[in-house]
Write a new protein. Structure first.
Length: 163
């Protein structure tokens, strides 16, 4: 009986040790995965910013927004849906350049949702050749689409006239 009890305690101890090691390993894997996804979401935001300069803001938003995206412009009502956001941006009569740079971001433990924030410059070009700059901060909430690509679900920004 004593041998059975000793054997039982050893097996129990090994089981708990094994579980603890597995959990530690899983946490390490999870942390590594989160680091990789954080890098990926920041890279997606940087690519989004480059597309805005290269193709124009409307085209970049059309490329990087989720179908069911929400845009939350300062002082105005929210705009719902990528297509609606794109059409409103395309309809603008003003010539402008929207540039930004992500500053930081994080992702969920599951790796399918994240956020980035950064600073942006919005330059409006007037017909007389002059321009006016507006500066802002933004927050984007990102989700992964069916293909595993990061897309902006919520775009929030504020702005103020030149500094």
């Amino acid at each position: 009986m004593r041998t059975f009890t000793t054997l039982f305690i050893i097996v129990l101890a090994l089981t708990f040790t094994s579980c603890a090691c597995r959990q530690k390993c899983m946490m390490k894997h999870c942390k590594t995965k989160m680091t990789e996804e954080r890098t990926a979401v920041l890279a997606a935001d940087s690519a989004f910013a480059r597309a805005s300069v290269e193709f124009g803001a409307a085209e970049a938003f059309n490329m990087f927004l989720a179908d069911s995206a929400i845009q939350m412009p300062e002082g105005r009502d929210p705009v719902f849906g990528r297509d609606t956001i794109y059409q409103r941006m395309k309809a603008s009569k003003k010539r402008y350049l929207l540039e930004w740079s992500p500053q930081d971001g994080e992702v969920s433990q599951s790796g399918d949702m994240g956020w980035t924030w950064g600073k942006a410059t919005f330059t409006v070009y007037e017909e007389d050749g002059s321009s006016q700059k507006f500066y802002s901060k933004y927050l984007n909430v990102w989700v992964k689409d069916k293909e595993g690509k990061w897309k902006v679900k919520v775009d929030i920004g504020n702005e103020r006239a030149g500094e």
